[in-house]
Design a protein around this ligand. Structure first.
Ligand code: PLP
Length: 396
């Protein structure tokens, strides 16, 4: 009899977005004319920038002629894109060799696949509230998970705990859902801890492009000692609107070794076995992001989201509501008024002002009492949502 991976039965239903969808659907059925202000979405609302579109078109044309056609791409990424990404790191003083940059189809794929490098008996530590995929990818293989709660007392940026023994450490900075960003000192403490304990940090830098404070690190490789303890997983989804186009990259330093094995070499072996590379067309589109014109254009789009953040932050400031994020991240993590639970607050906003956000409880138990507002929405809707929030919550 075939034996199936029963750990799938241990997965909690991904009820967060399902529940939101159900509640929104029910509301719309009862109120068919109501316009909803969607501040819950994690998807972008602006299209790809012109430089990317032009490069995509050019690559499509190349595929039409025998002389310029490309078949299989190198599994770990086309040299032109690996070079462009290494150059991007170089601008921040981080020296990467081409072979340390792996082109991917996005961060989600990598966050799941990278776990192939670790034994099932190892332990994963997830700082919560967290992007739900970290926990679920480990539950699927039956790995032991330590849920490290964070809270307002530490700005949702906890320090490592010497008493905890974990092998795989998830750090997401800027964080989804809290928008909190580790400063150098706090991140250095995690790097030192990982090196001391022989652990490996999986650093999720999906939102690095939203950092505006020059003192904050965009990459874990800005920190001393990170090359011997960290893997960085990055995405072009939010940076450049590639959520549907799919492109990202992962950095695995050649020095990263554990248990007598070299993780970089293992990852090369993994990719060359399990993938056949990302499409030439998409990689050409991606390379355009790293040109000076591409950078200028994507920054313009990011600025639109940052203006949304400003509008929402001003509303919360005027109401005296505690929040973090927003400035260096596309998410705002606000305290629900009074003793309201995050789902009560969700229902209240939907019913009273037709604003849809994301209840904090869906990102881990310690997210209860908090609420995530996304800044990826439509600017006019965001302005109206902020007005409605202000009118509703004044005096609450
Ligand atoms: N990591 C975090 C923290 C995210 O919030 C997301 C998407 O929302 C991802 C990774 C996945 O990104 P991608 O679209 O590249 O798969």
């Amino acid at each position: 009899m075939i034996s199936i991976n029963k750990h799938y039965a241990d997965l909690k239903d991904s009820y967060l977005f399902y529940n939101i969808g159900q509640k929104v659907k029910a509301y719309q059925e009862e109120n068919p004319d109501a316009h909803l202000y969607r501040m819950g979405i994690g998807d972008v609302s602006l299209p790809l920038c012109d430089a990317v579109i032009e490069a995509l078109h050019g690559a499509v044309e190349e595929q039409a002629a025998k002389e310029s056609f490309h078949g299989y791409m190198p599994e770990c990424g086309a040299p032109f894109l690996r070079e462009a990404i290494a150059g991007y790191y170089g601008e921040r003083g981080i020296v990467l060799s081409l072979e340390e940059v792996f082109v991917s189809s996005g961060a989600s794929d990598e966050l799941g696949d990278i776990l192939d490098l670790f034994d099932r008996e190892s332990t994963a530590l997830v700082i919560e509230p967290a992007y739900p995929a970290y926990v679920d990818a480990n539950v699927m293989v039956g790995r032991n998970i330590i849920h490290l709660a964070s809270g307002r007392e530490n700005g949702f940026l906890p320090d490592p705990d010497e008493g905890i023994a974990a092998d795989i450490l998830y750090i997401c900075s800027p964080n989804n859902p809290t928008g909190a960003v580790f400063d150098r000192k706090k991140l250095q403490a995690w790097v030192d801890y990982a090196n001391r304990k022989g652990a490996v940090i999986l650093f999720d830098a999906a939102y690095e492009a939203f950092i505006e404070d020059p003192a904050l690190p965009h990459s874990i490789f800005e920190l001393e000692g990170a090359r011997t303890c960290a893997i960085e997983i990055c995405s072009l989804s939010k940076t450049a609107g590639f959520t549907g186009t799919r492109l990202g990259y992962t950095v695995v330093p050649t020095e990263l070794e554990r248990d007598g094995m070299n993780l970089h070499d293992m990852w090369v072996r993994n990719r060359t076995t399990k993938t056949n590379g990302v499409s030439y067309i998409i990689q050409k589109g991606g390379a355009a992001i790293f040109t000076s014109e591409g950078q200028r254009q994507i920054r313009e789009n990011i600025q639109v989201y940052k203006n949304n953040a400003k509008v929402l932050m001003e509303a919360l400031d005027s109401l005296g509501i505690w929040y973090c994020g927003g400035k260096n991240a596309p998410y705002i993590w606000m305290k629900c008024p009074g003793e309201m639970t995050s789902w009560e607050f969700f229902d209240y906003l939907l019913r009273e002002i037709q604003v849809v956000g994301t209840p904090g409880e869906g990102f881990g138990a310690c997210g209860e009492g908090y609420f995530r507002l996304s800044t990826f929405g439509d600017p006019q809707d965001t302005i109206e949502a902020a007005k409605r929030l202000t009118a509703l919550l004044a005096g609450k």
